[in-house]
Design a protein around this ligand. Structure first.
Ligand code: SGN
Ligand code: CA
Length: 529
């Protein structure tokens, strides 16, 4: 009998230790899967025009098991600034990283949610695209792509500053490295992983296994592919991001210089930046896919059988097939991460988020690229699964923004964000306790250079959007319910006088609230003529 008591006590003791350990490790892990330039229209869960031809089953599954936010926005639609918004929980003018080009790097001495999580027992890593010029700070581990990074045989900057080239495709490699880090982490602590893909960023180079994914498929065109830019800002026709006039033939569209000889194609050629990185067998596979199709197009063009409209349509098809091809790799890799968590018993206590630094134009307004406060580039995907907390299949309407991520991650970890943080925690929405965190969003875009989109500053409510372009002293306003494609500014229209007054008041009030700088402070030196 005596013998049996001892083990019972031991078992009890063990159970107690396990309970304490569980209470301590109860803090959830957070896996932040983040891509670059992934538009909502290219995620099938959002139900856009590409949903049927280009499904994203793994990303969609996060929405089925958790929540999908359709009113999710960035604070500044460009890469580095969006990432800085996320890390700091603040608008660009507060964290100092206001534009990709022509500014310094991210100020590493400032507060970030990563540093705060570290103070509260979390271990963290960032792997993949970083693009903040200075080295990551506050992470236990990092391995990042230099600048924009490459799709093929990419280099990764190591923590000692050295570069290592890895053979293969960047989206797969980024995941390999992320899963390896999870595998080798300190298992006594909760973790925060930022797994950040280059795809589907320019120059839209799919993995070899996805080159043929859209052969024979006609990608639906947006209604505004041939937008004439009437009834809106006079700066629109000056933007350099049209598929027609500004997309580069070799760089983006994947024609080769030798193939184009004598064809007199209008526009820019650009270099083959991914092709030159490939080894012999990769080049062969790439050529075997593109060359026959290129030949067919160029022969027809030379023979005068392709009119201007058909040329733009052909470019659009080529652009979209490549862009969506890179999305396929992201979707597969999201699936790989989720599977890994399941197989390793981490699923129940790990929050998985999918997002991207901003949206992108997939031919809407005839464009590629981003920057504008128009919906396609202002919106960020935001899908999240949090087992046991978020009701599966949730579709919150709330207006959320990337400055909210920092306070949200902290609250998930049981930590309160400091008062200087400008974003709001979304946890009450995720728990179904609140429906919104704000009525008005503030947006600011400061760059002027590549693609020639002017600086502009604005507000958005559930229904309306108003923004100001200092360069041309123009106000623009849109009724998103009546005009979801934003084809006509209603600023100055009598019918909307009351709405306009209200939107202007919101604009001035929020600029005061966020302590926005004067337009002159970051005004571009070079003017848009
Ligand atoms: C690069 C791209 C641009 C793109 C910016 C910003 N040109 O400069 O097309 O708008 O990045 O993108 S490229 O020739 O380098 O591809 S961001 O995602 O980094 O903000
Ligand atoms: Ca980007």
């Amino acid at each position: 009998m005596k013998l049996s008591i001892k083990p019972t006590i031991t078992v009890l003791g063990y159970a107690l230790t396990m309970l304490t350990a569980q209470a301590e490790t109860k803090k959830p892990n957070i896996v932040f899967l983040f891509s670059d330039d992934h538009a909502l229209n290219a995620i099938s869960a959002y139900g856009g025009r590409l949903a049927e031809v280009a499904p994203t089953p793994n990303i969609d599954k996060l929405a089925e098991q958790g929540a999908i936010f359709k009113n999710s926005f960035c604070a500044n639609s460009i890469c580095g600034p969006s990432r800085a918004n996320i890390l700091s929980g603040k608008h660009s003018h507060k964290n100092g990283f206001i534009r990709n080009a022509g500014g310094g790097g991210f100020d590493r001495s400032q507060w970030t949610f990563i540093k705060e999580l570290g103070k509260h027992g979390y271990q963290s890593a960032v792997i993949g695209k970083w693009h903040l010029k200075t080295k990551p700070t506050g992470f236990d581990y990092w391995e990042i792509l230099p600048g924009q990074g490459n799709y093929y045989n990419p280099d990764f900057i190591q923590m000692d500053g050295k570069r290592k080239r890895v053979h293969g495709y960047v989206t797969d490699i980024t995941t390999d490295k992320a899963l390896k880090w999870i595998d080798e982490r300190d298992k006594s602590k909760p973790f925060m992983l930022m797994c950040q893909y280059k795809a589907p960023h320019r120059t839209f180079a799919p993995a070899m296994r996805h080159l043929k994914s859209f052969d024979g498929v006609k990608i639906p065109e947006p209604d505004s592919l041939f937008d004439d830019y009437s009834n809106r800002s006079k700066t629109l026709p000056k933007n350099e991001m049209e598929i027609d006039r500004h997309m580069w033939w070799q760089y983006d569209i994947k024609l080769r210089k030798d193939e184009m000889r004598g064809a007199k194609l209008p526009g820019i050629i650009g270099g083959p930046i991914e092709y030159v990185r490939m080894n012999k067998s990769q080049k062969q596979e790439w050529d075997a896919h593109f060359r026959p199709q290129n030949k067919k197009f160029i022969d027809a063009y030379k023979a005068g059988k392709v009119n201007h409209k058909q040329m733009v349509q052909w470019k659009y098809q080529r652009y979209m097939k490549n862009y969506l091809g890179t999305v396929k790799s992201v979707d597969e890799n999201v699936g790989r991460v989720v599977d890994y968590l399941e197989k390793n018993g981490l699923s129940d206590n790990t929050i998985v988020i999918y997002s991207s630094d901003q949206g992108f134009y997939l031919g809407e307004h005839g464009w590629y690229d981003k920057r504008w406060m128009f919906e396609e580039s202002f919106k960020m995907p935001f899908l999240i699964k949090w087992p046991g907390v978020i009701k599966p299949g949730s579709k919150p309407d709330a207006l959320i923004q990337n400055i909210d991520y920092a306070p949200t991650f902290l609250e998930m970890a049981g930590v309160k964000a400091p008062a200087e943080v400008q974003g709001e925690s979304l946890v009450p929405i995720l728990k179904g306790e609140e429906e919104k965190v704000r009525d008005t969003l503030y947006y600011a875009y400061y760059e002027l250079g590549e693609h020639r989109v002017p600086q502009h500053f604005g507000v958005r409510t559930q229904r309306y959007k108003l923004f100001y372009i200092p360069e041309t002293d123009e106000w623009q306003m849109f009724d998103l319910e009546k005009d979801p494609n934003e084809m006509r500014s209603i600023y100055g229209e009598k019918f909307y006088a009351d709405v306009q007054k209200d939107m202007l008041e919101r604009y001035h009030a929020i600029r005061k609230e966020v302590e926005a700088p004067s337009y002159e402070k970051y005004a571009p030196r070079k003017r848009m003529k």
